[in-house]
Design a protein around this ligand. Structure first.
Ligand SMILES: Nc1ncnc2c1ncn2[C@@H]1O[C@H](COP(=O)(O)OP(=O)(O)OP(=O)(O)O)[C@@H](O)[C@H]1O
Ligand SMILES: [Mg+2]
Length: 269
């Protein structure tokens, strides 16, 4: 089957400083892949490169095919067509994705309207409103009436992340890229958002690129992982193999750190 995202020989640099070096991986339709590594290892850079979102000051070479379109060097017109339809991104901090001055209902309506126009060339206010309500239900936001009429700062962090997920879902992307979507949340909310993402991805059959530094989190939602260290993929394979029998020293350190953390939690809990 043709890959939905196919990255081959990707190099990303800032001036002459390499940020990502010779990275290759692909994601098939419906496949869930985790990209893990410590802070600064190049995870977000890779995610931004995949959707053509890197700042112009950053150098990119290699090949990134998203839904059979080349992203490296693509024009804004090509990229705009791909964004949303081929891939949508949920970021770590939902406030960055939301407009502070626009009510939440209108913000969710925006990608819904764009998608309907793309699909059928026309939209009606009623259809858009109905879909906004459906999406709010889907991401299990409480008090839909209040949320629709609230500004982002008037709802909780976990609720804002649900709004950001609803906006990504509104695009009906073939690939969902989630860049540390739960890192900014408390542990309980983290678990809820993770379960929600997991359920939505399975229901819709979307592909998933899940980015995190947190091994147990990644292990819950993906089938395969790629371990990045200083912009280099040091290990790759099925979750069970990589976590159960890590080969690279760096992966061993990550697995050991996660195990110690779990033990510490067990000791207090
Ligand atoms: N605009 C930029 N110009 C130059 N270097 C940058 C820029 N943005 C990020 N970097 C550097 O690129 C490297 C990779 O950053 P990236 O954001 O991909 O890390 P990450 O793996 O996502 O880390 P984290 O887990 O903290 O989010 C870092 O060393 C970072 O300082
Ligand atoms: Mg990051």
């Amino acid at each position: 089957m043709t890959a939905l995202l196919n990255i081959q020989g990707l190099h990303i640099r800032a001036g002459d400083k390499p940020l990502v070096s010779d990275l290759s991986f692909s994601i098939r339709p419906g496949e869930r892949i985790g990209l893990i590594g410590e802070s600064g290892s190049g995870k977000s850079m890779t995610a931004m490169a995949a959707t053509g979102l890197l700042p112009v000051s950053i150098g990119v070479s290699g090949s990134i095919e998203l839904d059979s379109q080349q992203v490296v060097g693509a024009t804004d017109r090509v990229l705009n067509r791909l964004r949303g339809a081929a891939a949508a991104v949920v970021f770590q901090e939902p406030l960055t994705a939301l407009d502070p001055l626009m009510k939440i209902g209108r913000q969710i309506a925006e990608p819904v309207r764009r998608r309907l126009e793309r699909e059928s060339g026309k939209t009606s206010k009623d259809t858009v409103q109905r879909e906004v309500r459906d999406l709010i239900d889907k991401v299990a936001l409480p008090q839909p009436e209040r949320i629709i009429n609230s500004y982002p700062h008037e709802v909780s962090g976990g609720q804002r992340q649900r709004v950001a997920i609803a906006m990504a879902l509104a695009c009906r992307p073939k690939l969902l890229i989630a860049d540390e979507p739960t890192t900014a949340l408390d542990v309980t909310t983290q678990a809820e958002i993770l379960a929600l993402l997991d359920q939505l991805v399975r229901e819709t059959g979307m592909s998933l690129l899940f980015i995190s530094h947190d091994l147990p989190v990644v292990a819950q939602v993906v089938e395969r992982v790629i371990v990045l260290k200083n912009g280099v993929a040091v290990e790759e394979g099925p979750v069970k193999t990589v976590f159960g029998n890590p080969q690279h020293d760096y992966t061993k350190t990550l697995v050991e750190a996660a195990r110690l953390f779990d033990e510490a939690l067990g000791a207090t809990g």
